[in-house]
Design a protein around this ligand. Structure first.
Ligand SMILES: C[S@@+](CC[C@H](N)C(=O)[O-])C[C@H]1O[C@@H](n2cnc3c(N)ncnc32)[C@H](O)[C@@H]1O
Length: 204
């Protein structure tokens, strides 16, 4: 399957999952993971609070806002990018104040918006596994304080995946995230079924 069809198949799958997506992740285990991710993002900002610009690649139904990353910042400073219109529809329903919502891949968004940068760039809970290795490699250039990339850990794919939508570049994408640590300050963590690469001065 070529890249275009792979992305289309993935988006359709998430469109179908979208309405029930949040309901799958209500348990305490997931809430604990969310709290940990929030702490890492805060750490990346040196414990500061308030008014970050946030670029959310693979934003899905808006988990980044659910866990409080925008803090008391302005919804205008939050950018949601995701190729699944269904997932973004849920985000819009939960957060009608968010206007910068882009129904497209991270690849297309970054190409179309070459000057878009943010204090915080996140791609959470598996989203970056869909992104091409070269996309991952370029992300530090979009980020001022903290870059948080949560790839599926080696060999893991969520149970609702079907072979037709597992991108065959996902391992290379994960490796590209690890390789960022050779060039930029940061560290790698593991959380549940995820490899978490944290890039930024505050992570060392
Ligand atoms: C497992 S969900 C995670 C959503 C959200 N980050 C969260 O933590 O709940 C993965 C998301 O990545 C999106 N996605 C797939 N391919 C993508 C791409 N090339 N660029 C950006 N997002 C993509 C999917 O549509 C889906 O919403």
């Amino acid at each position: 399957m070529d890249i275009v069809n792979k992305v289309r198949a993935t988006s359709l799958m998430y469109d179908l999952l979208a309405k029930d997506y949040d309901g799958r992740y209500l348990g305490e285990k997931f809430q604990a993971e969310n709290r940990q991710v929030f702490e890492w993002i805060r750490e990346g900002r040196g414990g500061k609070i308030g008014a970050p610009r946030v670029l959310d690649l693979g934003a899905g139904t808006g988990l980044t806002l659910d866990i409080g990353v925008l803090d008391d910042g302005d919804f205008q400073d939050y950018v949601a990018v995701d190729p699944s219109a269904g997932m973004l529809e849920q985000l819009r329903m939960k957060y009608p104040e968010v206007s910068r919502v882009f129904p497209r891949t991270a690849e297309d968004f970054l190409e179309q918006n070459p000057n878009e940068i943010a204090e915080i760039v996140v791609s959470l809970f598996g989203s970056p596994s869909h992104m091409l290795p070269e996309t991952i490699t370029a992300l530090p250039g979009r980020c001022i304080e903290a870059l948080v990339l949560m790839h599926y850990a080696e060999g893991y794919f969520p149970y609702f995946y079907d072979e037709t939508v597992i991108p065959n570049w996902s391992e290379k994408s994960r490796e590209a995230a690890l390789a960022l640590l050779e060039k930029y300050p940061g560290r790698v963590e593991h959380l549940g079924t995820f490899q978490v690469v944290l890039i930024g001065e505050n992570y060392v």
